[in-house]
Design a protein around this ligand. Structure first.
Ligand SMILES: [Fe+2]
Ligand SMILES: [Fe+2]
Length: 137
């Protein structure tokens, strides 16, 4: 299976956010590699990194959306919260029984988890955030 890739059509118009999304893509690919090995501990480390970075990114993105007056911020925050829970659930399922989550399943799930969000939700803030000062930059 091919690794997940960030492409220019995913750009939200704010470099720092694009960089965050690229980092999430890297972490998802690292998770696939770790799961393809047989060290449960390595997988859990990458999953923790992915969770930490996801929380960090969502927090920074929400600050940016607040600063540029994005009208659907509350809805977006709710979606972010649900996404963190989805990864926590997957992590728990993996820790309870590592063979219950295959590397391909995890990659497929997280690819959709990230891409659907960037395309379906993050791209909507592009016209509000593009060209505005980034409070975190
Ligand atoms: Fe988002
Ligand atoms: Fe995002």
């Amino acid at each position: 299976m091919a690794y997940l890739e960030w492409t220019e059509n995913l750009s939200v118009g704010v470099k720092r956010m694009d960089d965050h999304h690229k980092k999430l893509v890297d972490l998802i690919n690292m998770l696939f590699d770790a799961m393809s090995g047989d060290a449960t501990r390595a997988v859990d480390t990458v999953l923790s990194d992915l969770l930490d970075y996801t929380r960090y990114h969502f927090g920074e993105e929400e600050k940016l959306l607040a600063a540029c007056g994005y009208p659907d911020l509350e809805e977006h925050q709710g979606v972010h919260r649900g996404m963190v829970k989805e990864v926590l659930d997957m992590r728990q399922r993996y820790l309870d029984n590592p063979v219950s989550v295959s590397p391909n399943e995890a990659l497929d799930f997280l690819s959709k988890w990230l891409m659907r969000h960037i395309i379906g939700k993050d791209l909507r803030y592009r016209s509000y955030a593009e060209g505005q000062p980034d409070p975190g930059a």
